[in-house]
Design a protein around this ligand. Sequence first.
Ligand code: GAL
Length: 332
Amino acid sequence: MPIKQIIKLSNNQGMHIKLSNWGATWLSCVLPVHGQNREVLLGCQSFEQYQQQDAYLGATIGRYANRIANASIDIDGKHYMLAANQGVNQLHGGKIGFDKRLWHIQSQSDQQVTFKLISPDGDQGFPGELNVEVNYQLTDDNQVIILFNATTTKTTPVNLTNHAYFNLDGETSKDILNHRLKVNANYYLPVDANGIPHNDLVSVNMHDMDLRRPKLLFEKLLESQERQITGGYDHAYLLDKTKAIAAELISSDNKVIMNVITTKPSLQVYTGNFLQHTPNRHNGEYGNFAGVALEAQFLPDSPHHASWPQPSCFLHPDQIYRYQTTYQFIVS
Ligand code: GAL
């Protein structure tokens, strides 16, 4: 009987992270900041609580991160109905996404662990057996490198990401609204109230969505109509691939900076707009905006938008899906 396990990785800087084979989940991220340990990742106290929450805290998301409109796709003239779990749409891979599976621990050492999952043909409606591996590595220069690998037996859309929520002031501080965020993106995707794109990509100059210079998250947060629709930032930015760094998050005390580096084309910026009632580690609950998720992925609903300027989200049997996202922590 497979059991839920906790794996701890440590580096020579005194940083350590915890992970679990349940959901291939990133549970904890502790940084030494001027002699004090700072937990910068939101998380729960127990596996029971992880199973109760629906915020996808730290989980590996698959087979398809973000939304697929009407929970249906067409591949080579064949129509597939997928498991809908948010109204008529699919969110984060369906009712029983990869975040709710017990993964196999493939390999493990002091600074890395690899989780493996076989998603059967027809899983949540998706065609093809998908073989997935997620490797987490903690380097001695405080980088958490997440490598996603997958192969399939039939053509299927694949969009794997990690759903960590960060609070660089420390997860017991109330919210991330005084963090500054920079995202190297010239375009973002407008969405409707269900998070479904209703338009093509739009310049960030429109509707006050520009994050190309570090911006305080609370600044006019609910003044822009775009952000009123979603209760805060909950938007995909198309990354400017001429820039080495996708995003930079800066704590309100300026002591911690987190860089996001990814081979994925887009970054979902989600300011935790619906986090309230999510159990925290201290017998209490998180409030809205307690953490920010910076999820590297394909643009939402990509299976229906082949013309968008990004690599195809469809994986074919003769291909290997391989993407990497790094969260780099700098203490100053
Ligand atoms: C995010 C998504 C949000 C919300 C959240 C989970 O990735 O963009 O709209 O669904 O996951 O609570």
